[in-house]
Design a protein. Structure first.
Length: 599
């Protein structure tokens, strides 16, 4: 275990990092005076409110109040822990990090992070082995012949490190055991069956390594090659692992991100082969979700870089339904969407193989706007022949209109629909408004019902305080070292905390004393119901609770600083500008403490 990253190393990384250059790789920046400005990557905005100070090496958004230094920025954009962010920026700046075995202020590489890094190392090694088996061995020749007949070049096979895993399902276990990996480590690696740990999860399959943003292999996908196709899925994919969350990862993003920045566009494809087909024909800004429907987290990965998302899902029914869902999700993020209509094939890989890269490139260049795509599909499903079809088509199209963030866009789409179905525009608008109002009333009723149901449920804050309700005041004394009653917002949590303070001060701290002093019967019931839940692991529950309460306290302080920063930034006085720098530094310290409490 490396231990702590020294304070001197962290300071050196921040001092030597060119914050403007690094942030401009994610956000287009324009110099205005001594600062640089751009649209904030952390929330939707049209008018730039995101400022980067080259002198102070800080950024701040006056819209959402996000602020920090180059490390906090990289943490947020790359979804890294604090130590990972330090190492990430250190590589960019050439700073040699120093580690120490003790300290209080900086994050130790905890066992979870160390284990994560060990599994990343394992997957990197295994993917190299699988690639060698494909490219250099007789056992992999069948797979090599198959993939090259699908039109992939040797250069592409090398770039994407495509491999082959043997048909002998016990081979991998034996191979890795000879490398001195422990049984428990391999059992939990995701490479073996949970029920039969000696049996490899992937066997006799074409293997596709899955990378994280940094270019490390963190998971695998395997394509079926031969045998009874009815007894085996076409693709097997790694499930979520300590180093990999499929809903937060995009296949080939590590290869595509520079091209995405340059094109200000991204292509979302359906699978590995489709994504690789685009890259082989020179369209480098293609990525793919991983064995799951497109997620909001995956859209957020590309959102800072793009103006347009192009969808390239299969032309079959499932692919078209996936396209419709993806359109709504992307539009809710206020991103322009186009749909690639594939010519003469079900998917990009098939088109590349049959017709070559020119046809596929032409399909991309002729992508149509999502509203045109949806209307063409609607007229196929609901021909403009009956009033019933028109009504059904309008309801389906209104869902898309709801997803648009601009009133101008909504107006234009309603006009387009009215022309397509030969309906008076005012009638279309009335139906849309009436439907929207009905939907709003329904949501309000559901919200009221949900609120009523939650009245007797304890808040997170109250649940945290309840973990200190025991016959021993030691847990409560530890909690008092972290917070006071004034730090609590929930009135019931405040009341319970105050009661425990009274019991502790009078040396009568016990569950019965606490309950006897509690004036609210509902609160008594909630506390009683929690006792059994926390009894089995009181220390762990209390520790987690104290982290939660401390984090909430820090976040309230963080908001106070955000308000103060906004006020000071409007001032032209030199002393206020100086104070602004001090407040930003204090807020950065709180930001870092909050980040460490997340670990």
């Amino acid at each position: 275990m490396k231990g702590f990253i020294t304070k001197e190393s962290i300071d050196a990384v921040v001092a030597q990092a060119d914050i403007v250059h690094i942030i401009s790789e994610y956000v287009p920046l324009t110099q205005r005076g001594s600062d640089w400005t751009g649209c904030c990557p952390f929330h939707n905005e049209k008018t730039p409110s995101f400022h980067v100070s080259e002198d102070r090496k800080l950024y701040h958004c006056f819209g959402c109040h996000a602020s920090g230094n180059v490390l906090t920025f990289i943490q947020e954009m790359e979804k890294l822990s604090f130590p990972e962010a330090v190492e990430f920026v250190a590589k960019r700046t050439g700073v040699q990090l120093q580690y120490e075995s003790s300290g209080q202020d900086f994050q130790r590489e905890d066992p979870k992070l160390a284990l994560k890094n060990e599994y990343v190392d394992l997957y990197n090694r295994v993917s190299t082995t699988f690639h060698y088996l494909l490219m250099e061995t007789d056992s992999g020749k069948f797979a090599y012949d198959y993939i090259t007949k699908r039109g992939l070049t040797k250069e592409i096979l090398e770039k994407f490190k495509i491999g082959y895993t043997p048909a002998d399902r016990k081979w991998l276990r034996k191979f890795l055991e000879k490398k001195n990996y422990s049984k428990e480590f391999l059992d939990n690696s995701g490479l073996f069956s949970k029920k039969y740990p000696d049996i490899a999860f992937f066997s006799d399959r074409l293997m596709f390594p899955i990378w994280n943003r940094k270019g490390d292999v963190v998971a695998m996908g395997g394509r079926f090659l031969r045998g009874d196709a009815s007894k085996s899925p076409k693709y097997l994919n790694s499930g979520d692992l300590i180093q990999y969350k499929k809903g937060e990862t995009l296949y080939a993003f590590n290869f595509a991100k520079q091209a995405i920045r340059e094109a200000k566009a991204v292509i979302f494809c359906e699978g590995y082969m489709d994504c690789i087909a685009y890259h082989q024909c020179g369209i480098q800004y293609a990525v793919a979700p991983l064995g799951t429907a497109l997620t909001d987290e995956q859209i957020k990965i590309v959102k800072p870089f793009v103006e347009t998302i192009l969808l390239s899902f299969d032309s079959d029914g499932a692919g078209q339904n996936a396209t419709k869902r993806a359109i709504l999700m992307c539009r809710r993020h206020d991103i322009t969407v186009k749909v690639i209509r594939l010519s003469g094939g079900k998917d990009p890989a098939e088109i590349l193989l049959k017709y070559g890269d020119k046809v596929l490139t032409n399909d991309v260049n002729n992508a149509i706007l999502d509203n045109d795509f949806l209307l063409s599909k609607l007229t196929e499903t609901y021909p403009n022949t009956t009033p019933e079809n028109k009504a059904k088509a309008s309801l389906a199209f209104f869902v898309y209109v709801d997803s648009l963030q601009s009133d101008i866009q909504k107006q234009a789409c309603l006009e387009q629909f009215s022309q397509m179905y030969d309906i008076e525009l005012e009638a279309v608008k009335r139906d849309y408004i009436n439907r929207s109002q009905l939907s709003l009333r329904t949501r309000n009723v559901k919200t009221e019902q949900k609120t009523k149901q939650n009245i007797t449920k304890p808040s997170a804050e109250l649940r945290a305080v309840m973990t200190a309700v025991t016959d021993d005041n030691s847990l409560f004394e530890k909690m008092r070292c972290e917070i006071t009653g004034d730090d609590l917002q929930d009135p019931n949590a405040k009341m319970l905390f105050s009661i425990m303070e009274e019991c502790s001060a009078s040396d009568s701290f016990s569950v019965n004393s606490i309950l006897n002093r509690c004036p609210d019967e509902d609160l008594k019931k909630v506390v009683l119901s929690s006792l059994e839940e926390y009894a089995s692991h009181p220390e762990e529950s209390a520790r987690d609770s104290m982290r939660l309460l401390k984090r909430q306290k820090l976040k309230r302080k963080q908001k106070e600083f955000q308000v103060l920063i906004a006020q000071l930034d409007k001032s032209l006085l030199e002393e206020d500008r100086k104070k602004l720098g001090e407040i930003l530094s204090e807020k950065m310290n709180i930001d870092r403490q909050i980040a460490l409490l997340k670990e």
